[in-house]
Every structure is written in structure tokens, then in C-alpha cells.
Design a protein around this ligand. Structure first.
Ligand SMILES: [Zn+2]
Length: 421
């Protein structure tokens, strides 16, 4: 499918040092959710230098998305790279590495073949690899027939109070629907996958449960209504629900559904506890619907045999593409473009290029469900170190990503002078 000439041309033309510097500069631009503009300003220069005409548009005051397109020689398929510009915060990072070279979370130092820093794998390596790939084609003098587009958006990460509701993704799909940004035919969302190709992802909802009874003096407990005892019953019902879910049907790539109780707070006085609150997160398999999963969950909570005087309120604070949470999504694992991408990766990074599923939620559902664009996750980096003070990305994997993306641009978009297939 990909001819050897292109492979060797790309390898010869790759400027490893420049590619690594591109990533280091990106990590150096702090962009914790809310301060995306700082990184977007930098991307504006990078996109312009790469011969794209970047456009920025605010999804909220002071918080821009950025996008750009390289037109091909003919109207052809439009390939889009999408990634979020924001990162989680850096609490605990400097303390963990005090006195060491990686103490600065934005220092982007290289240690034993890995670049360290907040955003290194989640997901500045993906953004930089996609841009470096286009630059590599230019250096190798390969001109594409189809279009390559880039859209880098904010507000993806949870963690900053009130933020992380996919305001950037909502703005992007709105602009695509309005024709301001041309509809992609296939998209790669550059969340870390160790360069595997994820055609599926889990969905989720978070629920906060508030259990209210009535506090009373410990000597006369009959005057109160015990919210902790009620919560105990709710917990038992939820853990039974968990067992049913985890022993139920499993998805080939992301396994069974599940529900996890993540927090509990209650009581506090030397008295009958009048209040208790619980938080849970529910994992959905592709094919499940959020509305149904929430209804099922509420039924479980309400089925707990609670005494009179107990009231239960439920809230869903983490709406994304759905008011209750984020939808699961999948495309055909044999989708032609997904297979072709996997093949391109295998040529440059034999340990990657496997079709799989994301054990995390990100913003592909916006693209798949709202603008009908088949989307996969594929990028260098390991999700297990994302959001931690161990965040880093392997340099060889990143450089292989640059070549893999470049190969895929050629394979998917075709070239001006002929067909590589
Ligand atoms: Zn991410």
C-alpha cells in the first residue's frame, strides 16, 4: 500500500532535532485548562511557519480554538487532526521532583530518551507530531492531492472547577455545521495510544448522591433518621449493580461496563448522622445509551429499602456531549482509513499500529455523532502517565509518530504526481 520510496524519502528528510524542539517548545507554553490562549498564541506561529493560514476563534472570552488547512492540488478527501490544547494542572509536580532536572513541569527536559513535562503525552506530542508530519512532507517535497486540516481546541480536561465541559469541541462542531470549517472525511484525535489506533471508547457519567435524614442527640436516636444507615443500603445496592455490570457483556476492546463509588462523606457530629453524600462514576460500553444507564442507576438507588424520612437527591455534574456525561462511541474496527493508518504506523513503529479501544473518554463523540466524521484516537504517549507527575513521552515513539502521520497523509490523501496505492 505504501511504497518503499516514500518511506525512505521521509526517513532521509526527517529533522529529529527540530521535531523534538517543536515538542519542547509546546510543553514550555503552560496551558492548564482556562489558559489555552498562551499555547494557542504559540501554535499560531507554528501553523503559519508550516504554511497553514491559522484562524482563531474564541469559544469563551479569552479562550480561543485554532484551526488551519493545507489545500491539496485537487479537491480530495479532507483529513483532520484534532487535539485539545489544555492540560491538567501541575499540583505536586515540583514537590515530587525537587532538586532534579525535571522539577519544572514546563521544562521539557529529555531524560533517558523521554521528554518530561505537563502535556508531554496528553497531548502536545500528538499535536506536534501532526504538524511535524506536514512539515516533513514539505521537506521531502511531497505534495498532497487531498486536504489536511488541523483543529486544536480547549476545555477538554476535567479538574479545574467549573471548567472542562468541552466548550472548545462544541464550538468546533458548531463551526463545521455552519460551514465555517470544512467537514472532515476522517479525523485522528491525538489522545495518547502508544501509537495504536483506537476505533472505540468508553462513555461515562458522574453522579453525586445526597442522602438526607434527620440529625438527633445520640441519647435519643429514635428522634433522628440515620443518613449513614440509608447510605449503607444504597452502597450495597450499587455494589450489587457493579457486579451485574462487570459480569455482563464485554466489549472486545474496552471490556465490560462498570460503576465505581469514588467518594463518601457523612455525619460529623456526635449525633445521629443527618446527611451523607456519595459520588459514583459509571463506565459505559459502546452501544449503551446514557439515558438508559442513568435510568437504570436511579432505579438501583431507589430500590434500596430506605426508611421513612430519608430523602435522596441525584445530580449529574459532568455533562459533555450529553447533559448527563460523555457518550461511548465506536466506528467499524475494519474501517478502511483506520486500517490504513494502522498499517502506516506498523511500518514505522512495529509495536504500535494495533486496532483497539480507549479505556478513557475524550471528544471523538462530538465528531462521530454530531458531524458524522469517522474518528480514531492515535498518538504517541502512554495514558497511564497522563495527569500524573510522571508525565513524559518517548522520543523514538514521537519521531515515529511524525513519520507515521506523514505516511498516512500520503496514503489517505494521495499525492499530486500520482497514486501511492
Ligand atoms: Zn487528553
Amino acid at each position: 500500500m505504501i511504497n518503499e520510496t516514500i518511506n525512505s524519502k521521509l526517513r532521509a528528510a526527517q529533522d529529529n532535532l527540530a521535531d523534538v524542539e517543536l515538542l519542547q517548545a509546546a510543553i514550555g507554553k503552560q496551558s492548564i485548562t482556562g489558559s489555552e490562549a498562551n499555547f494557542v498564541k504559540h501554535l499560531q506561529e507554528v501553523l503559519a511557519v508550516t504554511g497553514l493560514e491559522p484562524i482563531t476563534g474564541e469559544f469563551l472570552p479569552g479562550r480561543p480554538n485554532i484551526w488551519g488547512q493545507r489545500k491539496g492540488s485537487e479537491p480530495g478527501p479532507n483529513l483532520m487532526f484534532v487535539g485539545h490544547t489544555d492540560t491538567v494542572n501541575v499540583q505536586g509536580w515540583s514537590e515530587a521532583w525537587a532538586g532534579q532536572t525535571r522539577e519544572n513541569p514546563f521544562g521539557a527536559v529529555e531524560i533517558d530518551g523521554e521528554i518530561w513535562g505537563r502535556g508531554a503525552c496528553d497531548l502536545k506530542a500528538g499535536i506536534c507530531a501532526s504538524l511535524a508530519a506536514l512539515r516533513l512532507l514539505d521537506a521531502a517535497n511531497i505534495k498532497l492531492r487531498g486536504q489536511v486540516s488541523f483543529a486544536f481546541i480547549g476545555d477538554e480536561e476535567s479538574g479545574e472547577p467549573g471548567l472542562g465541559v468541552s466548550a472548545g469541541a462544541k464550538d468546533l462542531v458548531q463551526r463545521v455545521k455552519q460551514g465555517e470549517i470544512s467537514t472532515p472525511d476522517f479525523a485522528i484525535y491525538v489522545e495518547p495510544t502508544k501509537l495504536n489506533v483506537y476505533t472505540a471508547q468508553i462513555g461515562f457519567f458522574i453522579a453525586d448522591i445526597k442522602v438526607t435524614g434527620k440529625s438527633a442527640y445520640f441519647g435519643t436516636p429514635e428522634d433522628g433518621v440515620d443518613a449513614l444507615k440509608a447510605s449503607h443500603k444504597i452502597l450495597s445496592a450499587l455494589w450489587q449493580h457493579e457486579e451485574e455490570l462487570t459480569s455482563g457483556p464485554a466489549h472486545d476492546f474496552v471490556g465490560p461496563s462498570g460503576i465505581l463509588v469514588t467518594d463518601i462523606k457523612g455525619g460529623g457530629y456526635i449525633a445521629v448522622p443527618g446527611q451523607c453524600s456519595l459520588s459514583v462514576i459509571r463506565k459505559l460500553r459502546p452501544g449503551e445509551e446514557l439515558d438508559k444507564a442513568v435510568a437504570q442507576f436511579e432505579e438501583v438507588v431507589n430500590s434500596a429499602d430506605l426508611s421513612d424520612g430519608i430523602s435522596v437527591e441525584m445530580e449529574y455534574p459532568a455533562g459533555r456531549d450529553h447533559p448527563f456525561g460523555g457518550s461511548p462511541v465506536e466506528i467499524d474496527p475494519n474501517h478502511d482509513a483506520a486500517r490504513l493508518l494502522a498499517e502506516c504506523v506498523q511500518q514505522e513503529h512495529p509495536s504500535g499500529g494495533q486496532i483497539g479501544g480507549a479505556p478513557y473518554w475524550s471528544e471523538a463523540p462530538f465528531l462521530v455523532n454530531e458531524i458524522g466524521c469517522p474518528t480514531v484516537y492515535c498518538a504517541p504517549g502512554d495514558i497511564s502517565v497522563a495527569h500524573t507527575f510522571n508525565e513524559r513521552v518517548n522520543v523514538d515513539e514521537y519521531l515515529a509518530a511524525v513519520r507515521s502521520f506523514a505516511l498516512f497523509m500520503v496514503a489517505y490523501c494521495g499525492t499530486e504526481t500520482g497514486n501511492e496505492e
